[in-house]
Design a protein around this ligand. Structure first.
Ligand code: KE4
Length: 428
């Protein structure tokens, strides 16, 4: 690991924490982040030449696996025609037409450059469209780092939001209220306490930033009803679930229509792309057709659009991709449950389809308070031993494992065998 260690020492001198995104620094699991040099399919290689089976997949974009030939070819061709024009291109139209054809109820989308930008813009649009200022989010759900989303509740769910980060003014946080995931009553209470002031309820339809927590039966349907009864918009943050759960994302998967959806990750095929969209009647409030301003120099970048178009085209035309990634996720989950049984390990497997998580707690995990009961020290020991054995999972208990069409049953079997060895080492 010498080369990664040397690179990290250099990185720490010129980049805050040595990384360009905090979770990459391995702070919650200890040790030195691996500097990656290349990837192909389900594999990553680090600067010291060590090979890993990758379950981070760049945090979700790599649903077809790394460096899929069809995406590489599309990017290379687009790059030869020019990297950026700052003018409309046919490719942006093709991506928007494909996205709106794949997602029921998605009539119009605007491209941005990240999930954060997509959420920030969708929240501004909801406020502009409804003329209301307050937004309800859920403890443990992450929606990017825009000021009004970096908020946690004070004690209980009734107090106004307080900043979750230095630099977020109290004024930016005060209009963000926090409810309890999987508890629609906590939302109803906030709506009642703030009658007529709530612009939107924003939710990760499958929460994947506090580990993976699936919505309880009826939870999303109740949010839809509460929003309708209170003149608030329902925003599904589908940056992770969009085009992953199925072509139509969580709206199709759970049969619940959101008023606005945000996207990222998969729609960029590995390039920096975000998007937000919904009914035309709402989206037409966005400049230049409407009075809600949002802009971006590289929005709809032609090379990024080529990557996204290539990936979305495969997902749209080859339903076997979803069958495959869901099967592999299920295989992993079943295997881990057998190991938990074998070692009587205090662990719980959660998730859906190709989005899975192993919580290091034996309690049921339905919300953030439950997730926080996890034994993060034991998780760190497990993580580091699996890493040593060549299995690259998210360096935090509060993230997801992603399965791609490039993973194989042999990959899953090898991963479960390594987990068996690791449990034998740490669970006694
Ligand atoms: P970005 O700005 O990182 O593209 O997207 C923010 C975002 C918005 N909404 C959801 C549901 C998200 O999961 C994310 C970003 N996800 C994290 C992984 N849990 C990104 C990894 C990182 O921060 O480095």
């Amino acid at each position: 690991m010498e080369k990664s260690r040397a690179l990290f020492t250099r990185a720490e001198k010129v980049i805050p924490g040595g990384v360009n995104s905090p979770v990459r620094a391995f702070r919650s699991v200890g040790g030195n982040p691996r500097f990656i040099t290349r990837a192909k399919g389900s594999r990553l290689w680090d600067a010291d030449g060590k090979e890993y089976i990758d379950y981070v997949g760049s945090w979700g974009p790599m649903i077809l696996g790394h460096n899929d030939e069809r995406i590489l070819e599309a990017v290379s061709k687009a790059a030869c025609d020019g990297l950026s024009f700052g003018a409309p291109t046919e490719r942006e139209v093709l991506v928007a037409e494909l996205m709106t054809s794949m997602v029921p109820g998605l009539e119009m989308v605007r491209m941005v450059n990240s999930g954060t930008e997509a959420v920030m813009s969708a929240v501004r649009l909801a406020r502009g469209y409804t003329g209301k200022d307050k937004v309800i989010k859920f403890a443990g759900c992450y929606h990017g780092h825009s000021d009004s989303m970096l908020v946690k509740a004070g004690s209980g769910v009734m107090t106004q939001g307080v900043p979750d980060s230095l630099g977020v003014p109290a004024a930016a946080a005060k209009d963000t209220l926090t409810a309890v995931y999987n508890d629609a009553d906590s939302v109803e209470m906030l709506l009642r306490e703030n009658r007529g002031q709530i612009a939107a309820v924003i939710v990760e339809p499958v929460a994947a930033n506090m580990g993976v927590i699936t919505p309880k039966e009826g939870f999303l349907q109740k949010l839809r009803r509460l929003c309708d009864e209170n003149g608030a918009l329902l925003i599904f943050d589908e940056v992770i679930t969009g085009f992953r759960l199925c072509k139509g994302g969580a709206q199709e998967f759970y049969g619940v229509k959101a008023d606005l959806c945000t996207y990222g990750k998969i729609i960029g095929g590995g390039m920096p792309v975000g998007a937000y969209g919904g009914r035309k009647e709402i989206m037409n409030w966005i400049a230049p057709s409407g009075q809600v301003y949002q802009a971006g120099t590289l929005s709809g970048n032609p090379v990024a659009m080529a990557a996204g178009l290539a990936q979305l085209t495969v997902l749209n035309e080859d339903p076997s991709v979803y069958e495959r990634i869901n099967h592999l996720g299920e295989l992993f989950a079943c295997g881990m449950k057998e190991l938990i049984e074998k070692y009587r390990a205090p662990l719980t497997v959660t998730g859906v389809g190709s989005l899975r998580c192993v919580f290091f707690t034996s309690d049921t995990v339905e919300n953030y308070e439950d997730a926080k009961k996890s034994d993060t020290a034991l998780f760190a020991r497990y993580f580091n031993k699996m890493l040593e054995k060549g299995f690259y999972f998210a360096p935090s208990q509060f993230e997801a494992a992603f399965f791609s069409a490039a993973h194989t049953e042999a990959d899953i079997r090898a991963t479960l065998a390594a987990a068996d060895e690791t449990f034998a080492e740490i669970m006694i």
